[in-house]
Design a protein around this ligand. Structure first.
Ligand code: PGA
Length: 214
């Protein structure tokens, strides 16, 4: 399959032993596992790729610890830490220079964020980024969060792909779980998903993975 499942554990699980166990359960082709930076040294993967949650460690350190991807521009960071587009843009440029693949999250203001976060990049560089349409209001940690219906998400994803180039990978994120994953999996335009809370439960992960690995 060409579809990608990125799991964002955020600040979980509780300890390195639990992180190793969870990583083993999720170690599959076309999966990117993004653990908290403190667990990066503990996780050895055979099939999945390792990713990082932003530059919690300097990029060269992330690379040394085996990360090949980095989630940037996450809307919780934009909101809680006041991270600006200028900062996200710098990080995207830095990641590309280090050969880390940016997984760039675009929220409600996706169009404006796209322009600002990728300012100065060449078409070839735009094609190296993995984009995620993930509105803040769709993320499960937010009060009254609601996933974006798959048909609506698909329409935005198509528009992001127009800006990024036909070959760019564009994912959906926001409260994807075992009960709704099939909806997103139906659309060929959706190149995969970014999964937060549901990725902490191997059973939930497996159902989502099965849908996107068909
Ligand atoms: P969620 O998180 O799947 O729990 O909504 C996704 C994310 O914040 O990246």
């Amino acid at each position: 399959m060409n579809k990608l499942v990125v799991v964002n554990w955020k600040d979980h699980p509780a300890n390195a032993a639990a992180a190793k166990t969870l990583a083993q359960a999720e170690d599959q082709q076309n999966v990117v596992i993004c653990p908290p930076a403190r667990f990066l040294p503990d996780i050895a993967l055979r099939r999945s790729q390792l990713g990082a949650q932003d530059f919690d460690l300097p990029p060269e350190e992330l690379e040394r610890l085996g990360a090949r991807y980095v989630i940037l521009g996450h809307s919780e960071r934009r909101k809680n830490l006041g991270e600006t587009d200028a900062v996200v843009n710098q990080k995207v440029v830095q990641a590309l220079q280090r050969k880390l693949t940016p997984i760039l999250c675009l929220g409600e203001d996706w169009e404006q964020q796209f322009q600002a976060d990728t300012a100065s990049l060449s078409p070839a560089e735009l094609g190296k980024i993995i984009y995620v349409y993930e509105p803040l209001g769709a993320i499960s940690t937010q009060k009254h969060s609601k996933p974006v219906p798959a048909s609506e998400a698909t329409a935005v994803i198509e528009r992001i792909r127009k800006l990024a180039g036909e070959n760019a990978k564009v994912l959906y994120g926001g409260t994807v779980n075992k009960d709704n994953a099939a909806e997103y999996g139906k659309y060929p335009e959706i190149d995969g998903v970014l999964v937060g809370a549901a990725s902490l439960d191997p059973e939930n992960f497996k159902k989502i993975y099965d849908i996107f690995s068909r």
